[in-house]
Write a protein of this length. Sequence first.
Length: 46
Amino acid sequence: MMAQIWAKGFREHIVRRLLCLSIFWHALDIIWVAIFTIVYLIGTLP
């Protein structure tokens, strides 16, 4: 994405791709936080 922005600038379709990547990255982060929380909480049960 950085190469596209550097080469082509902030065109409408590139900004849309950047926003989609940002949404995907944050959703992935939320999923990993949930998975690790569940795994660690199950691991602490007696």
